[in-house]
Ligand binder design. Structure first.
Ligand code: CA
Ligand code: CA
Ligand code: CA
Length: 229
């Protein structure tokens, strides 16, 4: 089943001409974060409960233990109602992003981040989504190496099965566990995520590929990654 197209109204809440780039970025990130919240809050009652969280984790093919979901909620649930309100969700993201020492709990943040990178909501991070996020975060320098490093997380997850050229949430978590000690910010890929419209993304991807894939071999890989032709 194809994912729903991105909302046409995305980005209309902020005018880039009137805001500094930082403010614009912040507004866009907040919007992205809110979309994640709204997606998790399936029944739209303004809070994410354990059932809703479990539902989405299962959609991601991730089998959560009972404690995993409880812990995710517990670490951000400031008013103790065993659910996550938008204010709590936003505060959580804020804390983690200003957390230089890596001390903030981030189980919920990891999920939010994964969902923000998984822009088409397919439940996994494909090559385009991966490159886009790395380009935004690090620019064009070493983009191919960083992409290869990230995509190397694609282990398949199931013994005897090959990777599917996309990163599942379980693979994402495994990657975080691997890099966590090296740097607290190593996996903050959604930082610096600016454009949200399909058109902006299309332009950006064209730019990225023209920088990193000038050869015929690369063109072949590009069309392969789009599963067409
Ligand atoms: Ca709810
Ligand atoms: Ca709460
Ligand atoms: Ca995806």
């Amino acid at each position: 089943m194809p994912p729903p197209p991105p909302s046409k109204g995305a980005g209309k809440t902020s005018d880039p001409k009137q805001l500094s780039q930082d403010q614009y970025r912040e507004a866009q990130e907040l919007e992205g974060l809110f979309k994640v919240f709204a997606k998790l809050d399936r029944n739209g009652d303004g809070k994410i409960d354990a059932d809703e969280l479990t539902f989405y984790l299962k959609y991601l093919g991730h089998k959560p233990g009972k404690h995993e979901v409880t812990d995710m909620i517990w670490e951000v649930d400031e008013n103790g109602d065993k659910a996550v309100q938008w204010e709590e969700f936003k505060t959580m993201a804020d804390h983690v992003r200003h957390d230089k020492k890596g001390l903030e709990p981030r189980k919920m943040f990891n999920l939010a981040e994964f969902m923000m990178v998984d822009k088409d909501g397919s439940g996994s991070i494909d090559l385009d989504e991966c490159m886009e996020i790395l380009f935004r975060r690090y620019g064009k320098d070493g983009l191919e190496a960083k992409t290869a490093e990230f995509m190397s997380l694609d282990t398949g997850g199931v013994p005897g099965e090959e990777g599917d050229n996309a990163i599942s949430f379980s693979e994402f978590l495994a990657g975080i566990a691997k890099t966590e000690d090296k740097s607290a910010t190593a996996f903050h890929y959604s930082q610096g995520m600016v454009a949200t419209t399909a058109e902006e993304n299309r332009k950006l991807m064209a730019e990225i590929y023209s920088i990193t894939h000038p050869t015929a071999k690369a063109t072949k890989r590009l069309s392969g990654s789009q599963a067409s032709q």
